[in-house]
Design a protein around this ligand. Structure first.
Ligand code: PLP
Length: 240
């Protein structure tokens, strides 16, 4: 499988290019984040050699395990998993550039406190539950503006964008609805002065739809690194 990584990356870049063409968008405006949960540091480095250096991890434990091996290559790391409030301090030890899964005020306040203490700042995306599934994390779309305004008051957290996980469905219309909703939330927040310019949406199976709906970052795992050993619920339902 690992020898396929460079080819898989080419295929993904091709899919991005075609989707952008169809949507009349500049391919440069869509970044590829490699979702690297369960992927070894060795395989991540193979992807780095193909000039893809933006990764997303779901678990602090994995970030910690791969930290030393990946340190030698300059890369950008986002946290995309569910973040427990009591793990904030630990997460900040590993040079995470952005937290894409900021989904509740209590977590934001915890972050703010710790960042103040360490005299640091961090980029963040607000995560929304656009599919309204109980199994998914994310703030309710109805509370978007209230939530965003409250986070914006926390001066150590720089809101850069929004993130969502679309519905897993073979029905494209239902998936598209999730991405349209995130785009609408973005519009509302931008009108209110919140600089949420990035839209992180779309994965291996639905990246074309996400790009058509305005994604600026897609998060791709399986299509680059192959199938994972655990079902995704293992990553998304932590703590439930
Ligand atoms: C695993 C994961 C992805 C990538 O999913 P694939 O279907 O493997 O492309 C994207 N976003 C999040 C939050 C993930 O946990």
């Amino acid at each position: 499988m690992k020898n396929n990584i460079p080819n898989n990356l080419k295929d993904i870049l091709n899919r991005i290019a075609i989707a952008c063409k169809n949507a009349n968008r500049d391919p440069e405006a869509v970044k590829l984040l490699m979702a690297t949960k369960t992927v070894s540091a060795e395989n991540i480095k193979i992807a780095f050699e193909s000039n893809q250096t933006l990764i997303g991890e779901n678990k602090i434990q994995e970030i910690k395990e791969k930290y030393d091996s990946l340190k030698s290559v300059k890369h950008e790391k986002h946290f995309i998993g569910h973040l427990q409030t009591n793990k904030v301090k630990e997460l900040l030890r590993y040079d995470v550039d952005c937290i894409q899964s900021l989904d509740r005020l209590r977590l934001a306040e915890k972050l703010q406190n710790r960042l103040e203490y360490e005299d640091k700042t961090i980029d963040a995306y607000l995560q929304f539950n656009t599919s309204y599934e109980d199994s998914k994390f994310g703030m309710k779309p109805e509370n978007a503006l209230t939530f965003a305004l409250a986070v914006q008051k926390l001066d150590r957290i720089n809101i850069k964008g929004l993130m969502t996980i679309g519905l897993f469905s073979a029905e494209d219309d239902k998936v598209r609805k999730c991405f349209k909703l995130l785009k609408n939330i973005q519009k509302e927040l931008l009108e209110n002065g919140i600089p949420a310019h990035e839209l992180s949406m779309g994965m291996s199976g639905d990246l074309e739809i996400a790009i058509e709906e305005g994604a600026t970052i897609i998060r791709v795992g399986t299509a680059i690194f192959g199938k994972r050993e655990h079902p995704d619920s293992y990553y998304w339902n932590e703590g439930l």
